[in-house]
Design a protein around this ligand. Structure first.
Ligand code: FAD
Ligand code: PHB
Length: 383
């Protein structure tokens, strides 16, 4: 269920192992290929996409970055990834481009991928043959499955269909959100800049040599109508600006407000239905982990399903939830850590500010602290 990064990567991994699947998606192909979301791929994510044959455009158009900059008290400090992590890097490549490449690869396999399905209902996952009922092009269809992979994101039906009491929810809301824009302007810096500022956090990112992606910390209930383009540029300039450096402006082509939340359900399984990606866990975007975690989940799930189909061995599937939750909680912690260190807390006092600045200067002056941030950012190989 779901043709986001989790569902599409899983379907492709299964295809490569000769296992059939049907991918069901409630949105249109057009919508999925233009939905602006994450942009940072860990080394392991980019390597996996390459290994499964969907990395050609990513290797051509993706921007390989060897570090990020942390800005506070009017100075920038660079965290160098290769020297701190044994040569690892990240690739900046938009999620909708990853999704485009995966949809094209799926269609090429001629295995089913149905867009704009309606009235989806899942059931029977505690039996040997769970079912999915849905509508497609005016027809009502019932699929009898061996397994259901709930890759239908944070508002999907799979998690919601699990009986109350079977899952434990862990969550935290943050008292702020991000106002994000895409602008037709060349990036103003070669690398991402995470800026801590008394007016709130700001992030300089990018999508290509001609497109900049920028974010501002705002209130969770922020009204976009109060943010005409000029106000956005002024605020970005205030928070990111340094003497001798200017922020390139350009036409704003996309604008949106994203809430910030940490959320995990345990276990990520109910009978023959397995949850993967955002359907089971959400991270605030500060650590750039959401998409990467979704891919890491289905990599493990595909191995478990392959062992089951190839030799009837269900032990890896039984361990699925416990195995992936170790990485999930590491990423939850890292995302919370980056979020807490970099955002102005509305009810924070001078003591909080001093703690944040102490943490920032530690991370930027101690090689060991920098290495810890760097290894989490590029993605841990073994968790
Ligand atoms: P999704 O990409 O959400 O895919 C789930 C799919 O299931 C969707 O296509 C949905 O349409 C489909 N679906 C839902 N319900 C049904 C149904 N009933 N039947 C069929 N299909 C269904 N992460 C970062 O790391 N950095 C960021 O900057 C960042 N920005 C984000 C901005 C926004 C607005 C959002 C919502 C998320 C952002 N994320 C970001 C998180 C990141 O995009 C997600 O972690 C990632 O998309 C997870 O992939 P997924 O496949 O699990 O879920
Ligand atoms: C992005 O480019 O959209 C992006 C980059 C880094 C983040 C979050 C989002 O931490």
């Amino acid at each position: 269920m779901g043709a986001g990064p989790a569902g599409l990567v899983l379907a492709h991994l299964l295809h490569l192992k000769g296992i059939d699947s049907v991918v069901l998606e409630s949105q249109s192909r057009e919508y999925l290929e233009h939905r602006v979301r994450a942009g940072v791929l860990e080394q392991g994510t980019a390597d996996l996409l390459d290994a499964i044959g969907v990395g050609d455009r990513l290797r051509r158009e993706g921007l390989v970055h060897e570090g990020i900059e942390l800005q506070f008290e009017g100075e920038r400090h660079r965290i160098d990834f290769p020297s701190l992590t044994g040569g690892r890097r990240i690739t900046v490549y938009g999620q909708q481009e990853v999704v485009k490449d995966l949809i094209a690869a799926r269609l090429e396999t001629e295995r089913p991928l149905l867009f704009e399905v309606t009235d989806v209902a899942v059931g029977g996952f505690e039996s040997d043959s769970p079912t999915i009922r849905f509508g497609h092009e005016g027809e009502k269809i019932e699929l009898r499955c061996d397994f259901i992979a709930g890759c239908d994101g944070s508002h999907g039906v799979c998690r919601e269909s699990i009986p109350e009491g079977a899952l434990t929810v862990f969550e935290r809301e943050y008292p702020f959100a991000w106002l994000g824009i895409l602008a037709a302007a060349p990036p103003s810096n070669d690398e991402l800049i995470y800026a801590y500022h008394e007016r709130g956090f700001a992030l300089h990112s990018m999508r290509s040599p001609t497109v900049t992606r920028l974010y501002l910390q705002v209130r969770p209930d922020e009204d976009l109508d109060e943010w005409p383009d000029e106000r956005i540029w002024d605020e970005l300039e205030r928070r990111l600006g340094l003497e001798g450096w200017t922020l390139n402006n350009g036409e704003i082509t996309e604008k949106g407000v994203t809430g910030m939340r940490s959320f995990v359900v345990e276990p990520m399984q109910c009978g023959r239905m397995f949850l993967a990606g955002d359907s089971a866990h959400i991270v605030p975007p500060t650590g750039a982990k959401g998409l990467n975690l979704a891919v890491a989940d289905v990599r493990v799930l595909a191995e478990g399903l392959a062992a089951w189909f190839e030799n009837g061995d269900g032990s890896a599937l039984e361990r699925y939830s416990a195995d992936v939750l170790r990485r999930v909680w590491r990423a939850e912690h890292f995302s919370w850590f980056m979020t807490s260190m970099l955002h102005r807390l509305e009810d924070g006092d001078a003591f909080d500010v001093k703690l944040q600045l102490a943490q920032l200067s530690y991370v930027c002056s101690s090689e060991r602290a920098a290495a810890s941030l760097a290894e989490n950012y590029v993605g841990l190989e073994h968790v």
